[in-house]
Design a protein around this ligand. Structure first.
Ligand SMILES: Cc1cc2nc3c(=O)[nH]c(=O)nc-3n(C[C@H](O)[C@H](O)[C@H](O)COP(=O)(O)O)c2cc1C
Length: 176
């Protein structure tokens, strides 16, 4: 599969079977995050993995609107926190890692979804970042960018993209 085919194949998968995801698969996804590019190579991210299904259920109320409820069906989640004092581009560092881990999960035949944390609120009115920080024991000074939910896709998983969907009107050659 070419790189472009692999990118077209990736979709946001929010619903999973009860099948497990192995430690080795999670570690491969983490390696994709850990080898992502970062500003000045400062690696301002930290990854917190939760692969206990009972613990994952505690995050269901982490987002107003219910985006985190998918974690109650996931096999694992990788929370990505940025060290806000370490780099002024921690948000971009974390985002690059998220994107690469999302692609890596797909390449392993797993479904995953980016759930936004930064600038989002939990059901109890606290920030999503603080809600998750408390459950995960993350120290002050770190902000949550996002969490990647991971599982074996169920039958409702969306079909791969096709190149015809690419909106080329977004591209401006030479001048906007
Ligand atoms: C910055 C960002 C934030 C996102 N936040 C959420 C989210 O909170 N909940 C969710 O279900 N999907 C979220 N997504 C996934 C998008 O909804 C998804 O990528 C988009 O609809 C395109 O679908 P595709 O990923 O299947 O191509 C997010 C994606 C990005 C890049």
């Amino acid at each position: 599969m070419s790189m472009l085919e692999a990118m077209l194949h990736r979709r946001s998968v929010r619903s999973y079977t009860d099948d497990p995801v192995s430690r080795e698969q999670i570690e491969q996804i983490l390696h994709a995050g850990l080898t992502s590019p970062t500003g000045k190579n400062l690696k301002s991210w930290e990854f917190v993995v939760v692969d206990d299904r009972e613990k994952l259920k505690q995050f269901a109320e982490g987002r107003k609107g219910g985006s985190m409820k998918m974690l109650t069906r996931a096999a694992a989640a990788i929370f990505v926190f940025g060290d806000t004092g370490a780099s002024d581009v921690w948000c971009e560092d974390c985002s690059a890692a998220m994107a690469n881990m999302h692609l890596m999960a797909d390449s392993l035949g797993l479904g995953s979804c980016w759930i936004q944390g930064r600038l989002r609120e939990a059901e109890n009115g606290r920030s999503t970042s603080d809600f998750c920080r408390d459950l995960l024991g993350v120290p002050e000074g770190y902000e949550m960018e996002a969490v990647l939910s991971v599982g074996v896709p169920d039958d409702s998983a969306p079909a791969p993209h096709v190149l015809d969907e690419a909106d080329t009107s977004k591209v401006h050659w030479g001048v906007f």
